[in-house]
Design a protein around this ligand. Sequence first.
Ligand SMILES: Cc1cc2nc3c(=O)[nH]c(=O)nc-3n(C[C@H](O)[C@H](O)[C@H](O)COP(=O)(O)O)c2cc1C
Length: 183
Amino acid sequence: MKILAIAGSNSETSINKFLVSYASSLIENAEVEIVDMNDFEMPIYKHQREAESGVPQEAHDFAAKIDGADVLLISLSEHNGTYSTAFKNVFDWTSRIKDRAVWNQVPMLLMATAPGGRGGLGVLEAAEKRFPLHGGNIVDTFTLPFFNDNFDKSAQKISNEEKDSELKEKIQKISAIESILEK
Ligand SMILES: Cc1cc2nc3c(=O)[nH]c(=O)nc-3n(C[C@H](O)[C@H](O)[C@H](O)COP(=O)(O)O)c2cc1C
């Protein structure tokens, strides 16, 4: 099983990258690739840029990684209640590739975390509403509030037992769906 773990952040110390990396470590016998938005940095979307030069190669690379994955684990950082600019730019450019939907129906666990008590619920809700219009096949969602209290960075795992069990159940669910699809 090929897992693409996507941190929707360009921070070098992204807490969403910590979360999505941990989530990917819970799937056994999987080939995991972890990416973040620094891997697909492009000029800010502009109509004239697209008209003059087309969609940048980085957006095609992002799309190819999605197309090559059996499961997507995504964790989005929340900036002012919604996507980080870095993620939104990659999303916007990728949505301009002709004749394909951004998420291409690949089963997805959609996640968010933040230092505050809502755990990135704003961006999660935005994505939950929007992604299905772009081929998003959201199997489940997960938020981790109070990241600094609930995640042990040195052990690289969720320290809150209840949230850890919840994530493990959701990982189990998405792994099972993928196994059924393989048969
Ligand atoms: C411009 C900006 C806006 C932010 N807005 C929110 C917000 O609306 N809700 C929230 O929970 N955290 C907010 N934060 C805090 C982020 O959740 C925090 O920086 C977190 O580390 C971002 O995730 P990342 O480390 O994976 O990039 C904001 C941070 C910045 C820099």
